[in-house]
Ligand binder design. Structure first.
Ligand code: MN
Length: 193
């Protein structure tokens, strides 16, 4: 059985970029539904007792979609904190971003462009390969780096439910506004170098 993660901040902590109302629906309704759906599908199946990562690497169809959406949202919600104007990575991740993208700003521009340009619902990711090389990737629906052998570091949700109450059709504006919310210490831990 999987459970809904607790948010590591207050419902209003991410305002005005992510309102308490959006957070309430996104976490309390959308993510809860994915948890409920997966828990309903697992008993008696070959996936019972496996971790989310194991399910994602083996399943397809509805089981993959619900497991993927739980994992993606768990990574998404736990990478944020109250807005900080100077939010930026440090250490090995900062150096690698500068080496591969030229600057943090250039990386952020590519990340937002790929999130804005993803057709339909999905997620934009910063991912690392086994050697620590970074890439920005678009994955549709519930798909994610783990299903493709990469380590997920950072993700922005571009499903409309993530931003429509606050930004309506202005997806690029929403994505640009998320940067001060990123807790880079969490992202650095995921990178693990
Ligand atoms: Mn979502």
């Amino acid at each position: 059985m999987f459970t809904l993660i607790s948010l590591p901040y207050a419902p209003t902590a991410l305002e005005p970029v992510i309102s308490a109302q959006t957070l309430s629906f996104h976490h309390g309704k959308h993510l809860q539904a994915y948890v409920n759906n997966l828990n309903a599908a697992l008993p008696g199946s070959e996936f019972e007792g496996l971790s989310l990562e194991e399910i994602i690497c083996r399943a397809s169809g509805g089981v993959f979609n619900n497991a993927g959406q739980i994992l993606n949202h768990n990574l998404y919600f736990t990478q944020f904190r109250a807005p900080q104007a100077d939010a930026a990575p440090k250490g090995a991740l900062a150096a690698k971003i500068a080496e591969q993208f030229g600057s943090l700003e250039a990386f952020q521009a590519e990340f937002v462009a790929k999130g804005a340009g993803l057709f339909g619902s999905g997620w934009v990711w910063l991912q690392a390969d086994a050697a620590g090389e970074l890439s920005v990737a678009q994955y549709a629906g519930a798909d994610n780096p783990i299903a493709h052998g990469f380590t997920p570091l950072l993700t922005f949700d571009v499903w409309e439910h993530a931003y429509y109450l606050d930004y309506q059709n202005r997806r690029p504006d929403h994505l640009k506004a998320l940067w001060p919310l990123v807790d880079w210490e969490v992202v650095e831990r995921r990178y693990g170098r």
